[in-house]
Design a protein around this ligand. Structure first.
Ligand code: PGA
Length: 265
């Protein structure tokens, strides 16, 4: 039986004071005995402050990205060793907003190459995290154009294969996968729960073929993309959905705690 997992992705939001207030409210509102693993992923600059707030709670700390080399002359980057030092247990990898694949965006097309995450860099990042026993939350998902062309499953399969190729099998029970259809992120447009469930089952089937059936059965698969308290219950009731990766709604402690409670039911 896989324990449900709900992760808050705060993205590039909040001052230190606002973040501490939000984290404290989450600690207050999410019952400690809830049978759900809860993770908060603040921006890098807030990791140490939020770790302090979460220290005496059941809520775990996550990061939003990592660089794959552990130390050296890599200006502007943060390594898995540094995340470990900050008390991080989880790290998002391959988010569509790092891959340069946006659902709705104000970024001019000619600047999209700045967001240059590829399946190969994602593969390196997962390896670096697993080596430090930080659990990767690998994001996969199709754009609207890819969905309309009937390529959803192929796109996801390619992303999974690229990310997992050559990884050490004995470490992969730590993996979490998040299915995040790009067109549903931050748009208010949620994927139909049954279709989200179908894609998550396809992900589990693919993991079974790429890795091994035991690992596939163990790995938690989350859904992300406009999850709210009002739609969480139906999404989390799908057989192969083991929780959610929550962006916008995680910036409101009441909404987020309600989503966590829906995962426990
Ligand atoms: P959203 O974001 O909940 O705001 O759609 C989810 C995510 O990008 O992880």
């Amino acid at each position: 039986m896989r324990q449900k997992l709900v992760a808050a992705n705060w993205k590039m939001n909040l001052s230190c004071a606002e973040a501490k207030r939000l984290a404290s409210s989450c600690v207050e509102l999410i019952p400690p005995k809830l049978d759900v693993e809860v993770v908060i992923c603040p921006p890098f600059t807030l990791l140490f402050s939020i770790q302090e707030v979460l220290r005496r709670s059941q809520i775990k700390l996550g990061a939003q990205d990592v660089f794959w080399i552990q130390a050296g002359a890599y200006t502007g980057n943060i390594s898995a060793s540094m995340l470990l030092d900050a008390g991080v247990d989880y790290c998002i990898v391959g988010h569509s907003e790092k891959r340069g694949r946006f659902g709705s965006t104000e970024i001019p097309t000619h600047l999209l190459s700045y967001f240059s995450e590829s399946n190969e860099t994602i593969n390196f990042k997962i390896k670096a995290l697993l080596d430090k026993f930080i659990q990767p939350i690998l994001c996969v998902g199709e754009t609207l154009k890819e969905r309309d062309a009937g390529n959803t499953d192929t796109v996801i399969r390619t992303q999974l294969e690229g990310a997992l190729h050559g990884q050490e099998m004995s470490q992969l029970h730590q993996l979490v996968v998040a299915y995040e259809p790009v067109w549903a992120i931050g748009t208010g447009q949620t994927c139909d729960p049954k279709e989200a469930g179908r894609v998550c089952s396809y992900i589990r089937q693919s993991l079974s073929e790429i890795l091994d059936p035991d690992i596939a059965n163990f790995v938690r698969i989350l859904y992300g993309g406009s999850v709210k308290a009002s739609n969480a219950k139906e999404i989390f009731s799908q057989e192969d959905i083991d929780g959610g990766l929550v962006g916008g709604a995680s910036l409101d402690a009441h909404e987020f705690s309600q989503i966590c409670k829906e995962a426990a039911i």
